[in-house]
Design a protein around this ligand. Structure first.
Ligand code: NAD
Ligand code: ZN
Length: 349
């Protein structure tokens, strides 16, 4: 039977279809990949249910998926870094390589970034996909395809902890125990944080965080951010050195500022409403730095090394598994908020 290329295409809001597409051919510097595992991210679900995220609007049919791994099935002209059969993780954003940001090493800020499943660029939830070879990372044999796909969210944690300067002996607060909060927990622990306390509204997410190494968890019950901050201080014995905000919820961002010690740092990972009210004078007069992050930059090699060496175990994040044929079912489960990470296998059954 000839190879087919079953592909998950978002036509518009609430209109996700599986269609057979032409198998793409690699151009110069690219590789064709036989896709193996693709994780569903909150953004994939959001494009499906809302058709847009901020300024990024789905105006034409777009293939979903960006947390992915695969096997090299064809080499484009000039590719020498990989060979057919190599197992790889795919860094989903390919920048222009020419602008100031690219040349100065902060390519995540490139205005011409082509990022999988961010309109207008296609993602890789398909049987076959083509990507630039230098944004594919060869996986050692003992690193699974699921772990390869999980390098994507893990890289967000690596970048956030880099930006926050998390290090030996730090007391860290993480707000929000979704997949992104959890990868930050794993990275903070691996970087030698002495204590990591994590907050959420949902007890099951906190229970999971506990199994992933949180030293303490706090179920947020008060609407007053100062009350939650006081709980954090009680648990840590003092305010947090560094807070990594991973919910995007305005009350939680306020808590993040109040709960961080003077001279400390708040890293804003969670993306919520554009305009919100924050205690900026409190942050100012206590010299609490507020730093944003956008995805990751130069973090895939670190994320891979951490997984390959066993310093970080991302495997328990995968709670649900579906096949490419079951994509709609998988997205329905993700929409219902089930589990932590839902993984789709693109391997033909
Ligand atoms: P998620 O929705 O699965 O997790 C968010 C968690 O925050 C949930 O468990 C929720 O219960 C919790 N939460 C909500 N309100 C809260 C509050 N007031 N206090 C404490 N916890 C609260 O999402 P995720 O996939 O883990 O992603 C987290 C955030 O990170 C999202 O906003 C996402 O857009 C953002 N994100 C940003 C980047 C970036 O580059 N900056 C990259 C990836 C994800
Ligand atoms: Zn650039």
């Amino acid at each position: 039977m000839a190879d087919t290329n079953l592909t998950a295409i978002l036509y518009k809001k609430d209109d996700l279809r599986l269609e057979d597409k032409k198998i793409p051919e690699p151009g110069p510097g690219q590789v064709q990949l036989c896709m193996k595992e693709v994780g569903i991210c909150g953004s994939d679900v959001h494009y499906w249910t809302h058709g847009e995220i901020g300024d990024f609007v789905v105006k034409a049919p777009m293939i979903l998926g960006h947390e992915a791994s695969g096997v090299v099935s064809k080499l484009g002209q000039g590719v020498t870094s990989l060979k057919v059969g190599d197992r790889v993780a795919i860094e989903p954003g390919v920048p222009c390589r020419r602008c100031h940001y690219c040349k100065s090493g902060r390519y995540n800020l490139c205005a011409d970034m082509k990022f999988c499943a961010t309109p207008p660029y296609d993602g890789n939830l398909a049987r076959f996909y083509v990507h630039d070879a230098d944004f594919c990372y060869k996986l050692p044999d003992h690193v699974s395809f699921e772990e390869g796909a999980l390098l994507e969210p893990l890289a967000v944690g690596v970048h956030a902890c880099n930006r926050g300067g998390v290090g030996l002996g730090n007391k860290v607060l993480i707000c929000g125990a979704g997949p992104i909060g959890i990868v930050n927990l794993l990275v903070a622990r691996a970087r030698g944080a002495a204590e990591v306390v994590i907050t959420d509204l949902d007890q099951s997410r906190l229970d999971f965080a506990k199994t992933m190494g949180a030293s303490a968890v706090i179920k947020v019950s008060s609407k007053d951010p100062k009350v939650t901050a006081a709980q954090v201080e009680e648990v840590l014995g003092e305010p947090a050195d560094i807070t990594i905000e991973c919910s995007g919820a305005p009350p939680s961002i306020r808590t993040a500022i109040y709960a961080t010690k003077s001279g400390g740092c708040v890293v804003l990972v969670g993306l919520g409403p554009d305009l919100i009210e924050l205690p900026v004078v409190n942050a100012s007069v206590r010299e609490v730095d507020i730093r944003g992050i956008f995805r990751y930059v130069n973090c895939y090699p670190t994320a891979l090394a951490m997984v390959a060496s066993g310093k970080v175990n991302v495997k328990p994040l995968v709670t649900h598994r579906y096949t490419l044929e079951q994509t709609i079912e998988a997205f329905e489960a993700a929409k219902r908020g089930e589990g932590v990470k839902i993984m789709i296998s693109c391997v033909r059954k």
